[in-house]
Design a protein around this ligand. Structure first.
Ligand SMILES: [Zn+2]
Length: 89
């Protein structure tokens, strides 16, 4: 597994809100693929990604808590938000 940079929960929520606004914009304006608004930039390199892949990590046996993993493509920067961070505030 590639190393991932810890991401604060606030940044994850910001990215999620940006993604939601983008999805709303696409639906509201009935946009076709070439006119889709850009995805939020990668926090590490600032490049607009082609895809953002987010999933919940299954920590497996004897590991406490789950983490949300966020990977930007194609730059390859990856982030992790631990459950302890998500539950904070
Ligand atoms: Zn990047």
């Amino acid at each position: 597994m590639a190393d991932r940079t810890p991401m604060p929960a606030e940044l994850l929520r910001y990215l999620e809100s940006r993604m939601q606004e983008r999805a709303d914009d696409i639906i509201r304006n009935v946009l076709q693929v070439p006119d889709y608004p850009p995805l939020p930039e990668c926090p590490t390199c600032g490049v607009t990604p082609e895809r953002i892949v987010s999933r919940v990590d299954d920590p497996g046996f004897l590991v406490d808590g789950q983490a949300v993993l966020v990977d930007f493509k194609p730059c390859g920067h990856g982030f992790t938000v631990p459950e302890s961070e998500l539950l904070r505030g």
